[in-house]
Design a protein around this ligand. Structure first.
Ligand code: ADP
Ligand code: MG
Length: 228
């Protein structure tokens, strides 16, 4: 069964037709990148996959079930996934679990267990302002991954970083994916990011956006975590 199937999805906001007849399938363990220019409807698409919004036409299936916030199948890192500046990094990373009903102590224990893997060990009690931009993005990703949901949606996760840090973070994410084999859908307008990270690149047309090409990029895939 596909992790994600988007079947004939259209989305309009009043007169504005953003998505039209969009088709996409993502298999378990696949790193899919959807690429399109700003304003093409990438975040709109993620709102449909996460169940925050509903398509005007077509349907979205996650592991065979209609997408819905309550289904608990999708972990969504929104485009502006800001950490709360007045809470510690550990508190911030435990928030998502707490929001889904996990007790505070258990939520912190589970988040804390990932700190070393995310290169954040020792920063549990720090505040977000004490972290570098790359570390803040890793903390936001940790907050999403710790939910242990079958599908990870990453909305331009490195878009706000300077180009050197962005490259560093792209290599880091490629290494993490190599080890964990998450099922990921990442949207970006950065072609280099797409080629570096993706198993499959899905190209959006200008509005109304639909997927006009699907490219497999096996050669871009590093052969092992040691490559990093
Ligand atoms: P992207 O993420 O690719 O930059 P978005 O999905 O954020 O693009 O937006 C696509 C288009 O849909 C834009 O023109 C945006 O203004 C419009 N849009 C997004 N959300 C809404 C909404 N809730 N109501 C009206 N228009 C919206
Ligand atoms: Mg967007």
């Amino acid at each position: 069964m596909s992790s994600l199937r988007i079947e004939g999805v259209g989305k309009s906001f009043g007169e504005l037709e953003v998505l039209r007849d969009l088709e996409l399938a993502v298999e378990p363990g696949e790193f899919a990148v959807v690429i399109g220019p700003s304003g093409s409807g990438k975040s709109t698409l993620f709102n449909l996959v996460s169940g925050l919004d509903r398509p005007t036409t077509g349907r979205v299936l996650v592991e065979g079930e209609p997408a819905g916030v309550e289904s608990g199948k999708v972990a969504y890192m929104p485009q502006k996934d800001l950490l709360f500046p007045w809470r510690t990094v550990l508190d911030n990373t435990a928030l998502g679990l707490e929001a889904q009903g996990v007790g505070k102590k258990e939520a912190r224990r589970r988040a804390d267990a990932l700190f070393a893997d995310f290169g954040l060990d020792g920063f549990q009690k720090a505040y977000p302002s004490q972290l570098s931009g790359g570390m803040r993005q890793r903390a936001a990703l940790l907050r999403t991954v710790v939910l242990e949901r079958p599908v990870l949606l990453l909305d331009e996760p490195f878009g706000a970083l300077d180009s050197l840090t962005r490259t560093e973070m792209q290599l880091w994410l490629a290494g993490m994916w190599q080890r964990h084999r998450w099922t990921v859908v990442l949207v970006t307008h950065d072609i280099r990011e797409a080629v570096l990270l993706a198993d499959t690149v899905h190209v959006l047309s200008p509005r109304p956006a639909t997927i006009v090409d699907r490219v497999e990029v096996p050669l871009a895939r590093p052969r092992g975590a040691d490559d990093f």
